[in-house]
Design a protein around this ligand. Structure first.
Ligand SMILES: NC(=O)c1ccc[n+]([C@@H]2O[C@H](COP(=O)([O-])OP(=O)(O)OC[C@H]3O[C@@H](n4cnc5c(N)ncnc54)[C@H](OP(=O)(O)O)[C@@H]3O)[C@@H](O)[C@H]2O)c1
Ligand SMILES: [Zn+2]
Length: 386
């Protein structure tokens, strides 16, 4: 049986607003206004860029949100790109039930409810035609949620709360970015809901899980903090990885031919899926430059996006170099790139035994090989390897 390509799990953005003392609501039945008109507009822009918006049942019961793209120009721009006007609206529910009268079901966009199998029947009876209800197995497993959304073509997921759902995804290591608007007042009530409250699983505490500050923006009297996170499913090869490796292989064909060195392509891609830089061997007429080195040289070493980036290299990064002070594996390590994907291991031809993978793994990076693409990466070097 031929192997199906894995559907790519979506990138995950948590968007939330909190008070200075970390509360996302107060304890009263009315919804606490934490955001401003300007900030709502920013969030509306994020919604418009997402394929799906997800909230928990607690938020639906407390706030009864519509989760629509409000700006007609943004809806029109989505439609011009061939997308539905509103992203898919996803609710995560447990056993507490959901009313068929919620505004979410009455408003625009496709609706999907994901719940543990045991809750599915009850939810279908309550919601009838208002939303599709799908089981995620015995538990509400966030990885299964992402796989289910991936199978429906969701590439960018925005999570809009509430606290339990934030914690569910954060503790599972499945979040790429947090955008947190901080409002300049205190709630001062221990009973009020808080941002990412302690949950069933602990938050990752190791150094690799320290967030990267991506930006801080002042919006009136609010501050919007943006953090990049390292996903713990980084060890999963996705179809996106295969696509980027093919781009790196195409790049390797642009290398000036050499009888004494390999032709390699390298692409550095940020956690949001946006390319940061690319390079190839002997680029720009420098017959000593390596692909990874050339790509890295195009970025500021302090660029915070590097810490959550992936580098794709058609060949294992070198661990020894005569012509430069640092081999590529060392350059990748010092740039803080934690995820390295390669297609082909260096054959012992110019260097006795390349230790690039070992060096990177010892430094804590996740190194993945795509052996299925090794032959493609090798073609351009076939005159060197007998
Ligand atoms: N300021 C903001 O940015 C913001 C954004 C959104 C929400 N909020 C606030 O957040 C509060 C709601 O947060 P919340 O934590 O109560 O609710 P929530 O995170 O929206 O939803 C939690 C619900 O999801 C289900 N669930 C979560 N984990 C589960 C698991 N492991 N297994 C099975 N089901 C699970 C349960 O549904 P069942 O109850 O059906 O079992 C649970 O009650 C509200 O006060 C709202 O105003 C604030
Ligand atoms: Zn190198």
């Amino acid at each position: 049986m031929s192997q199906q390509p894995l559907p790519t799990r979506p990138s995950v953005l948590i968007s939330a607003a909190m008070s200075l003392d970390g509360h996302i609501d107060d304890a009263s039945p009315e919804r606490l206004l934490l955001s401003s008109a300007e900030d709502f507009d920013r969030v509306d822009g994020l919604r418009a860029e997402s394929d799906a918006i997800l909230v928990g049942a607690g938020t639906l019961r407390a706030d009864d949100p519509r989760l629509e793209v409000r700006d007609p120009a943004r809806r029109a721009a989505r439609e011009a790109r061939g997308l539905p006007a509103h992203p898919l609206k996803v609710a995560l529910a447990g056993s507490g039930g959901l009313s068929a009268d919620l505004r979410l079901w009455q408003s625009g966009g496709a609706k999907l409810v994901l719940a543990p199998d045991a809750a599915v029947r009850g939810l279908r009876e309550q919601l009838r035609a208002a939303a599709e209800v799908v089981g995620t197995g015995p538990e509400l497993d966030p990885a299964r949620v992402l796989d289910e959304l991936a199978a429906r073509g969701v590439r960018r997921l925005m999570i809009e709360g509430g606290g339990a759902i934030q914690t569910l995804f954060l503790t599972a290591g499945l979040v790429d970015e947090i955008q947190l608007a901080v409002a300049p007042f205190f709630v001062g009530d221990a009973g009020a809901p808080r941002f990412a409250p302690p949950g069933a699983s602990p938050f990752p505490q190791d150094a690799a899980h320290r967030m990267t500050l991506l930006g801080a923006e002042v919006l009136g009297d609010l501050t919007v903090l943006r953090y990049g996170a390292r996903r713990s499913d980084a060890s999963r090869v996705t179809q996106t990885d295969v696509d980027w490796m093919r781009a790196a292989i195409a790049l390797s064909r642009e290398c000036p031919r050499s009888e004494t060195a390999y032709s390699v392509g390298a692409v550095i891609v940020g956690a949001d899926g946006v390319e940061l830089a690319r390079g190839f061997s002997r680029e720009g007429g420098d017959d000593k430059v390596h692909a990874e080195e050339s790509a890295l040289a195009k970025l500021d070493p302090a660029d915070p996006r590097l810490r959550t980036a992936t580098i794709y290299s058609t060949l294992e990064p070198c661990s020894v170099r005569a012509s430069r002070p640092s081999p590529c594996a060392e350059l990748i390590r010092s740039a803080g790139i934690g995820r390295v994907v390669l297609a082909w291991r260096e054959p012992a031809l110019f260097v006795a035994d390349c230790q690039g993978v070992e060096l990177l793994e010892a430094a804590g990076a996740t190194v993945l090989e795509l052996p299925g693409l090794a032959a493609e990466a090798r073609v351009v070097n076939s005159h060197l390897v007998k």
